[in-house]
Design a protein. Structure first.
Length: 317
């Protein structure tokens, strides 16, 4: 397919930003473009342009930069709590299943997985099996082997290489999980046997006897955190984001999740997965950030007007 788009120089980029932002002096926009790049800068411009109806006019440079800075601070805050959720869930999955099975390398044993994911639809079952056998499980094996073999990147694993005291052992789960990405952990949890999926929840949270429905909900909460984490890690704009569907906990009123794909739904997922104190801290820190913001977060539809009240009512696991 031929490429019909031509590169544009910095001065042309400055002129093109006038589509989105009103400005007279080009210096600040030029400096920002030289730092952030046109694609990133234009994303914020397009977002603000979509809000002209509620703002009453096209934004000026003051609103533009205030919006960018708020998104930056929001992204940093959310990334911190995504990391907390990732570490917490990794640790609990590692501990719960290794203790239950008595196997420090359970993640490399097919007997602990359900390749069909217990799906009823024949086509979906077959799709899940194919992915497990051709992508997911071989990928785990390759990742573990690569970690042990890469002397340059991982000298700390020398005991698991030739000549080491544990050269005949595969990496135990608590070591491997230190390096595995959250996406791998999310996929692993989705493929675990049903009894082990429940075991993780029983181990990590204060409730008792979690049912199958909770494990399916957890799949969506973890995936929501995963994609939010990726947005934050890659410096993507989080205000106005939409992503994967979050399933409502049936113990919660439907009003507590007014939209299951927007930014607030990621907060809902974080509150469910994080330990209680971290969930409370997230709500309080975000409330302070919103209160001190130079932009009208609610007028711009970044969060629901009553998001804190809704957030505080979410039932913890």
């Amino acid at each position: 397919m031929p490429n019909t788009e031509l590169p544009i120089d910095l001065e042309q980029q400055v002129l093109m930003m006038k589509r989105y932002v009103n400005f007279r002096q080009r210096k600040k926009i030029r400096e920002f473009l030289s730092y952030a790049g046109y694609f990133r800068a234009s994303r914020y411009g397009k977002y603000l342009l979509s809000k002209v109806g509620v703002l009453g006019s096209k934004s000026n440079t003051s609103l533009y930069f205030d919006t960018y800075n708020f998104d930056l601070q929001l992204r940093q805050l959310l990334f911190k709590y995504c990391m907390k959720a990732e570490i917490y869930f990794k640790s609990n999955l590692s501990n719960a299943i290794s203790i239950k099975t008595g196997d420090a390398a359970f993640y490399l044993d097919k007997q602990y997985y359900t390749p069909t994911k217990s799906e009823k639809d024949k086509n979906t079952r077959n799709k899940n099996i194919r992915f497990f056998n051709t992508r997911f499980f071989p990928g785990l094996v390759d990742q573990e082997e690569a970690l042990r073999k890469d002397v340059v990147k991982h000298p700390e694993l020398k005991e698991y290489r030739k000549g080491g005291s544990r050269q005949n052992n595969v990496l135990p789960v608590w070591a491997a999980f230190t390096y595995f990405e959250l996406g791998t952990i999310v996929m692993m949890y989705s493929y675990l046997r049903g009894d082990l999926r429940k075991e993780v929840l029983d181990y990590a949270y204060t409730g008792n006897n979690y049912k199958k429905e909770f494990t399916k909900q957890m799949d969506t909460w973890l995936d929501a955190i995963r994609n939010l984490r990726n947005y934050c890690a890659h410096h993507s704009m989080v205000i106005g984001m939409t992503s994967s569907v979050v399933i409502l906990d049936k113990r919660d009123s439907a009003v507590l999740l007014p939209n299951n794909t927007n930014l607030y739904s990621r907060l809902y997922a974080l509150k469910k997965v994080l330990p209680y104190k971290d969930g409370e801290s997230l709500g309080n820190e975000l409330n302070k950030l919103v209160s001190s913001s130079k932009i009208d977060v609610y007028k711009m539809g970044i969060l629901p007007v009553n998001w804190k009240r809704l957030y505080d009512q979410i039932v913890i696991l």
